[in-house]
Write a protein that binds this ligand. Structure first.
Ligand code: P6P
Length: 335
């Protein structure tokens, strides 16, 4: 007789259990997270096949089954948009892959409470070298009137208004990590049952760490304060046992996920030729800022708390510093 291990909670069981703590909750957020989990499982299958693209047909070609093979980030975008459009919880989406928001504008979607912003496949340039990549998502309660189509203003809320935020990392294992105000929880995909299982309950970002993540190639493009902090990270006899270790693999989801677990700081500063840096505020910086703050860390743009920034454009960029509270305070002292 197989032993049913009731200790392992699936994502669905966990979100429904959370519902029990909020009797007035409608279950829409739980349903939304289940939808995202489904999209993640479908994206995971294709990401894991990416190395076989020569066999399965290159992107833009027609594969042996006669299907058109889409670029992986377009595929991921369509999976996320598809599950959210056909769910009951989302009125519309904003995506890194699309110029403007997509307003679902059907009777059920117009009654839905939430809108979702996402980067469907961040770091997709790393696919062909087999480096982990990820999906990042951010959930807001609509400010527009229920029963009517969602509006652009629903998407341009400051990050502090996020109801939930999370990411999926397609790495040595596939994990979905999401935060609400109640905490950050990590779920690892068990391929044998096709379910995300609670593997990292109540994730806390260590107050200090020994890892700093930044693209050193841009060192002389950074401000004096940033260069001062990077140099500090490399010095011996620091009060917490420096020098630190530099870890940067050019895939934000992987770098920030590692630093969340081990402690550390991730930096994508503004540069002399790109003062706003590279990362997008709404679907890269805000979700991670929310997750790391709920886990006890900090996130700024070098001048202010990221979550307090009032957005003006769907795809605006922001300098981004995020990580362990103690290390962020060391950085702030240098800025
Ligand atoms: P750079 C990937 O393209 C990405 O958006 C993030 O995932 C990553 O942290 C960053 O860009 C890497 O950028 O300029 O250091 O190669």
């Amino acid at each position: 007789m197989s032993i049913v291990n009731r200790q392992v909670l699936t994502l669905d069981e966990f979100t429904i259990q959370q519902l029990r703590n909020f009797p007035k909750a409608t279950g829409e957020l739980s349903s939304l997270l289940r939808d995202i989990g489904l999209a993640a499982k479908r994206i995971n299958v294709e990401v894991n096949k990416a190395g076989l693209v020569d066999i399965l047909g290159d992107y833009g070609s027609v594969n042996v089954q006669g299907e058109e093979v889409k670029k992986l980030d377009i595929f991921a975008n369509n999976q996320m948009m598809g599950v959210l459009r056909h769910g009951i919880s989302c009125a519309g989406i904003g995506s890194e892959e699309m110029d403007d928001i997509v307003i679902f504008d059907d009777e059920v979607s117009n009654q839905s409470k939430y809108v979702v912003l996402f980067d469907p496949l961040d770091g997709s340039g790393n696919i062909d070298v087999n480096v982990s990549i990820g999906t990042i998502f951010s959930v807001y309660r609509r400010t527009s009137e229920l029963g009517k189509p969602c509006t652009k203003e629903d998407f341009l809320q400051p990050g502090i208004k996020q109801v939930a935020a999370g990411y999926v990392i397609y790495g040595s294992s596939t994990m979905l990590v999401y935060a609400t105000r109640r905490g950050v929880n990590g779920f690892t995909l068990d391929p044998s049952i096709g379910e995300f299982c609670l593997s990292h309950p109540n994730m806390i970002c260590p107050e200090f760490g020994k890892i700093y993540s930044v693209n050193h190639g841009n060192f002389f493009l950074y401000s004096e304060g940033v260069r001062k902090y990077i140099t500090l990270c490399q010095q011996k006899n620091k009060d917490n046992g420096g020098p630190y270790t530099q870890r940067y693999i050019g895939s934000m989801v992987s770098d920030v996920h590692r630093n969340l677990i081990k402690g550390g700081i991730f930096m994508y500063p503004g540069m002399s030729d790109k003062p706003k840096g590279k990362l997008r505020l709404l679907y890269e910086c805000n979700p991670f800022a929310f997750i790391i703050e709920v886990a006890g860390g900090k996130a700024t743009n070098g001048e202010m708390r990221v979550l307090d920034i009032e957005p003006s454009d769907l795809h605006q960029r922001s300098p981004f510093f995020v990580g362990s509270k103690g290390m962020m305070e060391e950085l702030e002292a240098c800025l």
